[in-house]
Design a protein around this ligand. Structure first.
Ligand code: SAM
Length: 286
């Protein structure tokens, strides 16, 4: 990793670096964020799009690097973002479209990309209150599913997403894209099965697990009684026994037709909007 990426110290303030060469070490460092190992080591990730970057900064996410393409130069919003990035000690890069395409691995890339510090919420800090709904995902594998679930949880007014066991990375480019910005609004927790079970027992929440062998129709559950944790199983193997037996209810969504099961993100959406049905209304909302 080059010094430019590691050290955004005061000597950077006021500087905008221009980059046109794909061989520039900063470009290589940014491209390396496509790998989980680099994201983990640098505790950072990339988000694309002007609106997303503005929203993230407004929500207080720390920006390390702002990248914009030459075509965006001089746009007042981009200039403001650049000034804010510099004020926060970040690096600002003006790059050619070729470099932007390489960074984002896209033919028609967005004009603005932000590199932000990752944020994780600790499970011990999660104390579900009345009216709260959390989504817990067992070993979610598919980045598109995880991104869609984070977006849907945000839209349904859930309080956060808990990742249990080995899961896909919420900060991968694909997942961040699928969240459509909700990754900046939804707290994400990572934990393992033992920690989750220990937490669940003292959390005061009811765990509604979803299972293809569940005996309870998901529409008959009282979601108002206590805060709710919706526990969803892995895409391939479903929920393991060790987690299923901890559930306060094992819910099933009745199905017709030939499909064996619903897609994980779809099942989560159905559960979320049922669990929060009494809390969602058109009036006063969007
Ligand atoms: N072959 C897997 C199995 O046997 O469980 C299918 C898993 S399904 C694609 C992924 C997850 O979505 C399930 O573990 C469950 O949490 C949820 N799910 C999908 N369809 C469901 C349904 N009809 N009722 C309850 N949960 C469902």
């Amino acid at each position: 990793m080059s010094n430019d990426m590691r050290d955004h110290g005061p000597h950077r303030v006021g500087q905008v670096k221009e980059i046109t060469s794909l061989a520039n070490p900063i470009v290589k460092d940014i491209k390396a964020l496509g790998q989980k190992k680099t994201r983990d080591e640098t505790k950072s990730f990339m988000a694309e799009g002007l609106k997303l970057v503005i929203d993230a900064m407004e929500l207080g996410w720390a920006i390390r690097t702002l990248v914009y393409s030459k075509a965006a130069k001089g746009k007042p919003t981009v200039e403001q973002l650049a000034a804010r990035t510099v004020a926060h000690g970040g690096l600002v890069l003006e790059v050619s479209e070729k470099v932007m395409s390489a960074i984002t691995r896209r033919d028609n890339p967005q004009m603005v990309v932000g590199i932000f510090e990752q944020r994780w919420k600790a499970l011990r800090e999660v104390r579900p209150k009345e009216g709260e709904t959390w989504v817990a995902l067992d070993r979610v594998r598919d980045p598109g599913n995880l991104g869609t679930i984070i977006r849907t949880a945000d839209a349904a007014g859930a309080s956060g997403v808990i990742l249990v066991g080995e899961t896909t990375d919420p900060f991968s480019l694909e997942t961040v894209r699928a969240t459509m910005g909700s990754v900046f609004a939804m707290p994400v927790v990572r934990t393992n099965v033992d920690e989750f079970i220990a937490w669940k027992r003292t959390s005061g929440a009811q765990v509604v697990a979803t299972h293809l062998a569940g005996s309870v129709d998901y529409r008959t559950i009282d979601y108002k009684r206590k805060p709710v944790v919706l526990l969803m199983g892995n895409e391939q193997s479903g929920l393991p026994e060790v987690l299923a037996k901890e559930a306060d209810a094992l819910a099933r969504i009745p199905q017709a037709g030939r499909a064996d099961s619903l897609n994980l993100a779809v099942a989560t959406a159905v559960m979320l909007f049922e669990a929060r049905r009494h809390l969602l209304a058109l009036e006063g909302n969007k």
